[in-house]
Design a protein around this ligand. Structure first.
Ligand SMILES: [Zn+2]
Length: 290
């Protein structure tokens, strides 16, 4: 039985020319918690609530209709604040993976103990909601402190999705690196934590999320052009990286704004139209690479 399923699996894998991993960072209000200005502003809160009441239902309906899997990275703060909608994500078949509790940049914790406590608190939130232990970690803001890797190793995470050492190929996170500016860079040694890499260029937040007064805020983008860029990146991977893994990061409060669900549907249908393209969860990808 095991051998038969292995054969089927490897046959299926050899037919897979490209893999797509859709990831939703369901930050809701948590991403707005990190400055006094935001804490005091019901308008800012409401932008997060939009992700719960409007963006997430739209995305779940789209995923269901197109029959594609997706992985939801949900901070414990979102789970504890909006258990009903997070439960619906899980009940409709979409796995929930780790994304911190308070969506604090790991580099901003004062001590290792504080960072670890936040990671453990989020584990409790996910376990309480789903009865399951997440296998993967995605750091808030895609940043690491000097303690982050050790903490996720200690807590038994099998994979991470926060780093950018490749674009379309998973690799193993390195430890014991040295970045002394007076010496040559030492990249360290591989751990057994698999990295499923991300990119700011395949993330909806930087091009689309307007924040009044933010230094990084450019002009309003040509929205179609952003989706065309994502499609061109996928097409390049399809043509040039055999067995490539394309990750796309979206936030319900951003991608759920009209008419982006339509553009996302067109992008997914384009990917589905190509021979040998499979959509998988991050955990499925990690399991295949082990
Ligand atoms: Zn996030």
């Amino acid at each position: 039985m095991f051998i038969e399923s292995s054969v089927v699996c490897s046959d299926a894998m050899s037919d897979t020319k490209a893999t797509v991993a859709l990831g939703f960072d369901f930050d809701a209000v948590s991403i707005w918690l990190h400055s006094f200005e935001f804490l005091e502003s019901p308008t800012k809160h409401s932008r997060g609530v939009f992700g719960v009441d409007v963006g997430t239902p739209r995305m779940l309906d789209l995923l269901d209709r197109l029959e594609v899997p997706a992985t939801w990275f949900i901070p414990g703060h979102t789970i504890d604040s909006f258990p009903e909608m997070c439960g619906e994500v899980y009940d409709r078949g979409y796995p929930i993976q780790h994304h911190g509790w308070k969506h604090t940049n790991p580099a901003n914790f004062e001590t290792r103990e504080d960072e670890k406590a936040d990671v453990e608190r989020a584990l409790d939130s996910i376990q309480e909601l789903t009865g399951e232990t997440p296998s993967g970690y995605r750091s808030p803001y895609w940043d690491y402190s000097k303690h982050t890797l050790g903490i996720i190793q200690e807590l038994g995470f099998e994979w991470d999705s926060s780093l950018m050492g490749h674009d379309f190929e998973p690799y193993y996170v390195r430890e014991n690196w040295s970045a002394d500016p007076e010496k040559a860079y030492d990249p360290g040694t591989e751990t057994d934590v698999l990295e499923i890499p991300v990119s700011w260029h395949r993330d909806d937040w930087p091009p689309f999320q307007f924040i009044l007064g933010a230094d990084s805020q450019g002009g309003a983008p040509d929205e179609v052009q952003v989706f065309e860029m994502w499609q061109a990146q996928f097409d390049w991977m399809y043509d040039n990286v055999d067995g490539g893994v394309y990750t796309l990061t979206m936030h319900p409060q951003v991608i759920g704004q009209a008419p982006r669900p339509l553009y996302l549907e067109q992008l997914i249908r384009h990917m589905q139209s190509k021979p040998g393209v499979e959509f998988k969860t991050f955990d499925e990808i990690a399991t295949e690479h082990k």
